[in-house]
Design a protein around this ligand. Structure first.
Ligand code: GUN
Ligand code: ZN
Length: 442
C-alpha cells in the first residue's frame, strides 16, 4: 500500500468538497463555479463517483447535513489524464542524445533491460505512481518494457492504489538489443495472458503495445492485429512519425506502405482505443485515416522539444477532426507535471502552425489534458471530468502556491487569464491534494 491514504468517509457514502470548481462541457468549453460544491458517493457497483456538482449556494440546501471539506481560495479540477508515458523510463528523463534513435540505443534500451528483475520493476512502479499522483495525474496509458513481469509489477502497484491505469508489455522482436528483444510467438502468448489476467480487473486496462513498426517483425505485427480484433475493448499503443530518421527507416522496412501510419493500418492496428504517440510528420491522408478509424494521437510536446523531433500541427488536427490529447512521454518527455506539458503545448502550438497566430486557448489546453484526453482514450464520462456519474478522481489546486503564481492569479481579469497563469507558472507545488475514488492521497 502507498503511504498517506486517508479515507475521507468511513461510511463510504456521501462526501462533499467546497472550493472553486472547474469542469468541461461536451464541446470542451470550461464550466466554472467560483464557489462550488462537489458531492461524491458510492454507486451500485461500489465505485466512488460524482453525485452532484454545481454552485455551492444552489446545492447546499439538498446536502445540509453532510460534512463539507472546505478549501477556501482553492480550485477543484478533474484529475489529469496522461495519454502516453513510459513508466520504465522514469530514470531515463534528461538523457541527452542527438535524436530519437541514438537516445533509444544509448540510454533507453540498456535501462529497460533492468526490468527483467520484477523487484526492480515494482520499486520503479511505486515511485512512478506516487510521482504521477503528486503531480495530479490520476489516469495514464503507459508502456511497460518487453518483460511481462514489468506489467505485473505495474498493475499490482496501480491496483493497490485503486487507480484507473492502462499498461502493456512492449512488443519488439527485431532491431532491439539483447536484454529487451522478445521472441515472436512467446511475446504474443504473453500479451494474451496479460490481457486475461489484468484487463478489466478493478480499474485496470491492458494495451497491446507494438513498440514501433521498426522493432516488430511482420509476424509480430500480424499477431498484434489479431489480438486487437479478438479483444476490441483492449487498448493499442505505439509510436508513429516522430523523427525523420525513424520515418526513413520505417519506409525502408515497409517499402510498399503509402506512409508509416499506413503500416499499422495494414495490420489492423488502427481503431477506437488505439493511441499513437507523436504523429508529427504526417499528411492529410494520414489525418483522414486517423479520423476515419477512430484512432487517437497522443501529443508529446516536452518530448518533441527535448529530442528535437518536431512540432505537432494542432490546427491541422482540429481541421481534420481526429482524436488527440496531451501526454508527457516521460522519459523522452522531461516532466511529470501536466502544467509543464500544457505550457510546452502552448509554445509548440505556435511553431507547428502553418499560419502564425495565437496558440491553443487555456481552456482547450486544460481540456486536452483532462476530459479531451479521456474522450480520446475511449474513457469519456468515466474519468477526466467532474460530471455526475464520472469517477471521483480530482485535484485540489492552490493558486497561491508560489509568490509569482499568487500575484498573477490575483491579477487575472477572466477565467482564461486565471487558467493561463496556472499553465504558465504552476507545477507540483500547486497540487495540494490528489483525490482518487474519493480518497485523498497526499
Ligand atoms: N519510439 C520507439 N520507442 C520509443 C520510446 O521509448 N520513446 C519515444 N519517444 N519514441 C519511441
Ligand atoms: Zn513514447
Amino acid at each position: 500500500m502507498a503511504k498517506g491514504f486517508a479515507v475521507l468517509n468511513p461510511m463510504n457514502d456521501f462526501t462533499a468538497f467546497r472550493a472553486a470548481v472547474l469542469r468541461f462541457a461536451d464541446d470542451g468549453t470550461a464550466l466554472h463555479e467560483t464557489d462550488g460544491l462537489l458531492v461524491v458517493s458510492t454507486n451500485d457497483v461500489g465505485r466512488c463517483v460524482v453525485h452532484a456538482v454545481g454552485d455551492y449556494c444552489v446545492l447546499i440546501g439538498q446536502y445540509a447535513n453532510l460534512p463539507v471539506q472546505h478549501f477556501p481560495n482553492h480550485l477543484i479540477a478533474p484529475g489529469f489524464v496522461d495519454m502516453h508515458i513510459h513508466y520504465p523510463q522514469t530514470d531515463v528523463i534528461g538523457s541527452p542524445a542527438d535524436g530519437l534513435l541514438p537516445w533509444l540505443e544509448n540510454y533507453t534500451f540498456p535501462h529497460e533491460a533492468r526490468f527483467a528483475d520484477e523487484a526492480y520493476a515494482a520499486s520503479v512502479a511505486d515511485f512512478f505512481l506516487d510521482e504521477l499522483l503528486r503531480n495530479g495525474v490520476t489516469t495514464a496509458l503507459t508502456f511497460g518494457t518487453s518483460h511481462p513481469q514489468s506489467v505485473h509489477a505495474f498493475m499490482r502497484a496501480a491496483q493497490a492504489r485503486g487507480l484507473r491505469m492502462m499498461a502493456g508489455k512492449s512488443l519488439q522482436d527485431r532491431n532491439s538489443p539483447d536484454g529487451v528483444r522478445d521472441q515472436t510467438e512467446q511475446s504474443l502468448i504473453d500479451t494474451e495472458t496479460l490481457i486475461r489476467q489484468w484487463h478489466g480487473k478493478d480499474r485496470l486496462g491492458y494495451a497491446i503495445t507494438p513498440r514501433f513498426a521498426p522493432s516488430c517483425s511482420d509476424a509480430q505485427m500480424h499477431g498484434a492485429g489479431e489480438l486487437a480484433a479478438r479483444y476490441p475493448d483492449v487498448w493499442i499503443q505505439s509510436h508513429v512519425a516522430e523523427n525523420k530518421d525513424e520515418i526513413a527507416w520505417a519506409a525502408q522496412l515497409y517499402p510498399k506502405a503509402r506512409s508509416y501510419l499506413q503500416v499499422y493500418a495494414d495490420f489492423g492496428l488502427l481503431r477506437p482505443r488505439a493511441v499513437y504517440a507523436h504523429c508529427i510528420h504526417i499528411d492529410a491522408d494520414d489525418r483522414a485515416l486517423l479520423r476515419d478509424t477512430g484512432t487517437a494521437a497522443a501529443v508529446c510536446p516536452t518530448s518533441n522539444l527535448f529530442l528535437g523531433s518536431g512540432f505537432f500541427d494542432f490546427a491541422a488536427a482540429r481541421q481534420s477532426g481526429f482524436l488527440h490529447g496531451l501526454a508527457s512521454d516521460v522519459g523522452g518527455g522531461t516532466s511529470f507535471s501536466p502544467f509543464h506539458t500544457m505550457r510546452a503545448a502552448y509554445c509548440a502550438g505556435r511553431e507547428g502552425q502553418t499560419k502564425p497566430g495565437i496558440s491553443l486557448s487555456p481552456q482547450k489546453l486544460w481540456w486536452q489534458h483532462t476530459a479531451g484526453a479521456a474522450a480520446a482514450l475511449g474513457l469519456g464520462g468515466v474519468v477526466g471530468n467532474l460530471l455526475p456519474g464520472s469517477e471521483a478522481d480530482f485535484v485540489v489546486l492552490n493558486p497561491q502556491a508560489t509568490p509569482l503564481l499568487a500575484r498573477k492569479t490575483e491579477a487575472a481579469n477572466s477565467l482564461d487569464e486565471w487558467l493561463f497563469a496556472f499553465i504558465m507558472l504552476a507545477d507540483d507545488r500547486a497540487v495540494v491534494k490528489t483525490v482518487v475514488a474519493g480518497e485523498a492521497r497526499d
